[in-house]
Each structure stands twice: as C-alpha cells, then as structure tokens.
Design a protein around this ligand. Structure first.
Ligand code: FE2
Length: 293
C-alpha cells in the first residue's frame, strides 16, 4: 500500500496510513513551499492510489452522474457542489474523502496566521484538526470541477484566508491535451503551468490569496473526458449569509455559525417564505444516480 489515504470499498470510507502521515514534514511543506513567496503551492504525491482516483473520475464522468453537473456560466466549468452542513445525504465515500482532504489541509494550514486566529476566535485547540474541520464545514462548500472543451476560469486572486486544495482526478495528455492551471509570479521567477506537475491521486495546495491564477481553456479529443478535480476550499466564516436554505427544504435553514436560536430560525423561515428567495445554484439538490464507488 503506497498511498497515504487508503480506501476501504466495503465500508466506503477512507483512512490514513498513520506511518506515512507521521513521516510528512508539514512544517516544511507549509513554510518552505505553500506559504513561501516564490512558490505558493505544494503537492502531496500519491495521496490516493491511481486506481482509486481513476475510479472516482469514472464515477463522475462515466455514469449517469455526469448528468447532474451544473454550469454556472457559458465559458466556465461544470460543477457538483457539496455542503456538508446541509439537509442532503451524499455518497458515503464522498463525505469521507472531503473530510480527509480538509483534515490534511489543516495540518499544513496550522502554520498560517489565519488558521491560528480562527482557532483563537472559535476557542478551539489548533491541533484538534478534525474538530476544526467540523467547524469549517459550517461555512465552506466543496465541489467537483469538470472542464470540457473551451472551458476556462478567468485570471483572478482570492481573498485572505481562503486556502485551496485540489484532488487530481485527470491527467494532461491522457484526459485532455491543452489548458489547465496557470500560476503567475512577479519578477524573473516565470509563470508555472501547474498541470505539468501532478498525476492522478495527487493532492495539490495553492495559496490562492497570494498569486494570480487562471485555468486556461481546456482542449480534449472526443475519446477524452477533459479536466476533472475535486476542489476543497476553506472559506472564511463571514463570506456566506448566516442562514442558508437548500432546495426542497424551505423549513430547514442551516446556520454557518453553528446552531440557530429558535426565534431566529422562525424568523429566517418566515422571511424566506415571504420573499420567495431564489435558491443559489450551488445549493440545489445534486441527486447522485450512482452512490457507491
Ligand atoms: Fe481561485
């Protein structure tokens, strides 16, 4: 077993190889690579086995699940969104995988001031990585991003505190021929085409608030699926509304800060029904046809 995160297909759960986990120098990954001004990215090679990564690719692109993606803009990618703080029931392996990605991200994120302040304000031990995940999922979503022919993401920089993590589910030259993530650097460092650096099952971290980045238009042939990854951001707590509603659950508001007091809940439901607010496209029901990996 060479992968860091092992998949148990019977239980549909992921678990870490503890020996391998203990051998990773997260401090050096954080300070020497991810949060280093000349780099701003880090890659954990072999996070998942290639076989499992390809299975996940097929789960999304080679089953009826390919029909549940939504496209938010004509030029952008297609997405399936997950809110782990929602009334929806997702495939068990997806929840296990997303939480594992967030857990290992926190092992690196602990070396960033933002993470330490967050834990201080929330009054939680910064080393309680899994408990921090349980708080972060209250105000973070995750997604599967699928770029097909000509789809791209414009050049931008993200906000302080947002830290991206991508699970690689496709490979350049195998699943698509051109395009992918370009990271811009000032000075003589030279820009980087990050897709040249990783393979199926790698876990990639990008300090997206420090470097401009874009996804160049993807080109693939008919027999290729395009570019697929799981995107696991950590979203600062105040970016979303305090109360979220989900398609099909008008009476079940979810709080991005924890529990909603009874009166606030009644008030939120009343206001939402009165205004007939449109549900955001990320909070519609993504009803998976296949649920088992
Ligand atoms: Fe970004």
């Amino acid at each position: 077993m060479n992968e860091l995160l092992h998949f148990d297909s019977e239980k549909q759960e992921f678990s870490f190889n503890e020996d391998k986990l203990n051998n990773i120098d997260f401090r050096s990954l954080a300070l020497g690579e991810l949060f280093h001004a000349n780099r701003s990215f880090a890659i954990i090679k072999g996070f998942l086995s290639k076989d499992v990564a390809i299975k996940i690719k097929n789960f999304y692109t080679n089953s009826q699940n390919k029909n549940i993606f939504v496209k938010a803009s004509p030029e952008g990618n297609s997405r399936i969104f997950y809110y782990l703080n929602s009334p929806y029931v997702y495939p068990k392996f997806v929840v296990s995988l997303l939480k594992s990605c967030m857990f290992i991200k926190n092992k690196i994120y602990q070396y960033h001031d933002y993470y330490q302040y967050y834990c201080m304000i929330k009054n939680i031990d910064p080393k309680a990585f899994r408990e921090v995940v349980d708080l972060q999922v209250l105000h973070s979503w995750q997604a599967v991003y699928w770029y097909r022919n000509s789809e791209s993401h414009f050049k931008h920089i993200d906000n302080y505190g947002e830290l991206a993590c991508f699970l690689i589910l496709s490979e350049k030259s195998k699943d698509y021929d051109e395009g992918g993530l370009k990271v811009y650097y000032e000075g003589s460092r030279g820009d980087i085409f990050l897709d040249d650096y990783y393979e199926y099952g790698d876990l990639v971290f990008l300090d997206q608030s420090q470097v401009y980045h874009e996804v160049l238009p993807v080109k693939h042939r008919e027999n290729q699926v395009g570019r697929l990854s799981m995107y696991v951001p950590t979203i600062p707590p105040n970016y979303m509304k305090k109360t979220l509603f989900f398609e099909g659950f008008p009476l079940s508001p979810k709080s991005t800060t924890g529990n909603i007091p009874f009166l606030d809940r009644v008030c939120a439901i009343y206001t939402s029904l009165l205004k007939r607010e449109q549900i955001h496209h990320s909070r519609v029901k993504f009803c998976h046809f296949d649920t088992v990996l």
